[in-house]
Structures are given as C-alpha cells and as structure tokens.
Design a binder for this molecule. Structure first.
Ligand code: GLY
Ligand code: MN
Ligand code: MN
Length: 480
C-alpha cells in the first residue's frame, strides 16, 4: 500500500517551497531546465510494496509526498508538476490523491498535469533549451528516461527544434542549498530530535523496569518502546533502521534491533531516531541495562564522553568539518594509552597513536556526518572555495595514497552529528575487563552564530544522570 495520506503542504509552507524553486531557477543559467522526479515505488514481495518514502530533493522543492510525481523548473522561474490524476476507484484502495487540478493552488506551482502525460510533454518542454539539469545517480534508470526524451527532441530537429547540448547534475545546486538549513527546517529537526530523545529515555527506563521485575528483556522490547514513542508524536517513519544492541552486539557497528536477551550488568547501545515531516534525527546512547555502570564500563564511557566534549567544543562556525573528528581522536588516543587498551611500549606516545592510526581497531568510524532530510545528508565535505588546495598523504594502515582537500568550513545553519565511540573486541593484550564493551554517544548539532546547539540533549549523556533516570520511581519524560 502507499502512504495512507498524502496531504498538500500547509499554506505557509507553500511560500517556502516556491522560494526554493525560485532559487533553483536563478541558478540554472540561460536556457536551463531542471527535472526532479520523486522516488519510485518498490515491490517488497509478491504484490506488496515497501512503504513509500518520497525523494528528498523533490520534497524539498514541493512539500509533496505522493508517489508518481515529477517537478520541472525552467530558468524563467516557471514550475510545472506532474502528479497522479484523480481516480476515485484507485483512491478507494490506495488513498487520497491531490490531482493536478488542485495541485496548482495547493502547492503553488504554475501548472500541473497528469503523471501519465510525462513522456508526452517532457520532450516538448525540452525543445530549444540548452542545458537539462537533473539529479545524477539518485534513481536508477532515470538517466535512461531523460535520454529517451532527448531522443524524441532530436527526431524533431529536422523541423528546427534545438536539442539541449548539455546535461548537468542538479545535485550540485540542491546539495549546497540543503546543506544550510532554514528556520523552517531547523524547527522541524529540533522537534524530531526532541521526540527521539524522549524515546531514548523511555527505552532506558523500560530496560531497568523489566529487569527489576525479573522479566525476560529482549532487544525488540526496547525497539518497540522506541517505535511507540516516535509514532505517538506524529513521526511518520524511523529515520534509519534502529540499532538496539545488547552486550557484545554493540561492537557490531550496523547491528539491527533483534531478539538477543538484555542482561543486567551489560551495556545496551541504542542508535535510533525518528523522521518527522521529512527530516531525520540521529541519536545514540549507551546505558547499563539494569541502571548502574560497572567500574570498567564507566571508565570507557567517561573516555568517550570526554572525547565528545572535545569535539563539541570545536563544532562552531569557522572550524572545519574534520576538526571535531581530530579532537575526538586526540582524546581517545590518550585514553586508550591510559586505560591500557594500547601498550605504549608497542605503539609509542599519543602522537604516534594518532599518526599511525593505532586507535583504529577500537575506533573505526568518523565522528560526524551532515544530517537533514536524509540521515546521512547531502552536501560536500570539501570546502568549495579551496578545491584546488590539494595535498597528498599515505594512509599508514592501508598504504593507499590519498588526495586531501581542505574540509568544509562550518557555517550557521549546518547540522552535523557528533558521535564518537569505542568498541572493544576480545583480543590478546586487551585487558579482559573491557572485552565486548561497545559504546557510542551521538548528538545532533546545529551550528549557530557562536557555537552549536545540541538538539538531542533531551536525553542526558552524563553517566550519573543516566543512572538517575533509570532508578525506580524516576519520572517518565513528557513532550510539550
Ligand atoms: N545511525 C546512523 C549513523 O549514526 O550514522
Ligand atoms: Mn549518525
Ligand atoms: Mn546514529
């Protein structure tokens, strides 16, 4: 089935989308013409589809969530929408459709047609344009469809039609626009983060409550708690597959919520966030299943927290995207030496650990990524004003030669995660007390004028605060 309701954008939002379309139009250049399809539907099994999720670029420019739709924008600012036609019989089965007649007023486009007319009308619209823009390599097969439209135009060239001579990647324009979130986007992400933070607190409390009652707690019980809390506040989807990992499962980076038992004395790592009105949130918390950290668990946890503090301190305008990662690594490297995860007689001092990436067996991912409509959002990680500043380095572990470009300078309105971690698999020389402990702490940071706003701190990170909220009788959080 499709999305149950695909309502048009609210009137105030209509102006936001129209303004974004106008910004795109201004960047297309003379004779430019942009095509932005929504996502295709995908079969799951037999005659059942996966739940439909609109394309993020398309939604960014329309606020429209129905499948079978495509937007076109011409350089003069005219925008046309193709959408599913009204069909009362299909609507009985699949739900409400806006339809082209209502789309013009509801979405603020200049004209709208049935999606069935796309192949007929597009070649005509492409005639006498010089550049066709569309998002490259996003929807498999779309390039072929554009090629077929261009071929139809070419066949008309003997009647004097000019064929676009250039194809350009519309992601180059849209990614830059999406990287800096406007006030409407910031408010939506902030709300998604608040819903997800509350869900994490409830999941922690449920774990402790069930264990106190002597119940058989499974990872899926906490996953159910998260889903309930997400949906209860209007979130439409999870922003990605939730990770609920008990004990050693936390050392599997892309573990999914499954059925493993959650035992008192172990840690649980939850990486989960809801999607609200097209925008993601992305939170990881690691907590003691029964509500009390052991000594070794707390020692590693406090190290990861200190590394996150160091990263947050450099998540501010003027710093670069890589700075929080470098700050994290410096703290983790020193901590690994101090706690005996790394033997200084073998790996040397902290600078050696950093330069040789000796920390890698325990910390093998980056400290952040852009977040927005997509949990791993679009936007270049390289500073566009410094593309030519290339340096070379050889990776100490793989030996691979890497070309470095200066990383992106952070600006107000960008949103990045800050998510250091440490993952200790049993290995010779690694103190046994740390074996099978996996810890990650992840928050979502909005760059502000003078620092950053951690939008996800509705769920605490300090170990004392986590223990307090998991105690018997601790209040369940509410959301206004
Ligand atoms: N949950 C995906 C990530 O943290 O990147
Ligand atoms: Mn993340
Ligand atoms: Mn995450």
């Amino acid at each position: 089935m499709n999305t149950p309701s695909a309502s048009p954008a609210a009137p105030s939002a209509t102006a936001i989308y129209a303004e974004r379309r106008a910004r795109v139009a201004r960047q297309l250049g003379d004779g430019g013409f942009a095509i932005i399809p929504t996502a295709p539907e995908h079969l799951r099994n037999r005659d059942s589809d996966y739940q439909f999720r609109h394309d993020s670029y398309f939604y960014y420019l329309t606020g429209f969530t129905e499948p079978n739709a495509c937007l076109v924008i011409a350089a003069d600012g005219k925008s046309s929408l193709f959408c599913a036609p009204k069909d009362l019989e299909r609507e009985i089965w699949d739900g409400y459709r806006l339809g082209p007649d209502a789309a013009v007023a509801a979405l603020g486009v200049d004209e709208a047609f049935s999606f069935a007319e796309l192949d007929l009308r597009l070649p005509k619209m492409l005639e006498n344009r010089s550049v066709v823009w569309y998002p490259f390599a996003i929807h498999t097969g779309f390039e072929g469809r554009v090629a077929r439209w261009l071929n139809v135009v070419r066949a008309r060239s003997r009647f004097g039609a000019l064929v676009p001579e250039q194809q350009r990647d519309l992601c180059a324009i849209l990614d830059e626009m999406r990287l800096v979130k406007d006030a409407h986007e910031q408010a939506t992400i902030r709300r998604a983060c608040a819903i997800s933070a509350r869900a994490h607190v409830l999941a922690m409390q449920r774990s402790a409550r069930m264990l106190r009652a002597g119940e058989d707690v499974r990872e899926y019980h906490l996953d159910a708690e998260l889903l309930h809390a997400f949906r209860e506040h209007g979130s439409q989807y999870t922003a990605y597959g939730s990770i609920v990992a008990a004990g050693a499962n936390a050392c599997v980076l892309h573990y999914r919520a499954d059925a493993a038992p959650i035992k008192s004395g172990e840690l649980v790592l939850i990486d989960a966030g809801c999607e609200l009105d097209g925008y993601a949130s992305d939170i990881t918390r690691t907590f003691p299943a029964g509500g009390k950290f052991s000594g070794p668990q707390r020692a590693l946890y406090e190290l990861v927290l200190a590394s996150q503090d160091a990263a947050v301190a450099v998540t501010r305008p003027g710093k670069r995207f890589n700075d929080p990662h470098d700050a994290t690594v410096a703290v983790l490297a020193q901590g690994m030496l101090d706690l005996g995860l790394l033997d200084k007689n073998k790996v040397g001092g902290v600078q050696d650990v950093i330069e040789n990436r000796s920390y890698f067996p325990f910390y093998m991912h980056r400290t952040g990524h852009w977040m927005g409509m997509d949990v791993h959002d679009c936007g270049s990680y390289v500073e566009p004003t410094e593309l030519g500043h290339i340096s070379e380095r050889r990776d100490p572990l793989s030996g691979e030669l890497i070309l470095n470009r200066p990383s992106r300078i952070l600006r107000p309105g960008m949103v990045t995660t800050v998510e250091p971690g440490i993952y200790v698999r049993p290995a010779e020389g690694v103190p046994e007390q740390f074996h099978n402990i996996g810890i990650r702490i992840e928050d979502d940071a909005l760059i502000t004028d003078d620092g950053c706003e951690l939008m996800t701190r509705g769920v605490p990170v300090h170990p004392d605060e986590i223990e307090a909220l998991m105690r018997e009788g601790a209040a369940a959080p509410s959301l206004s």
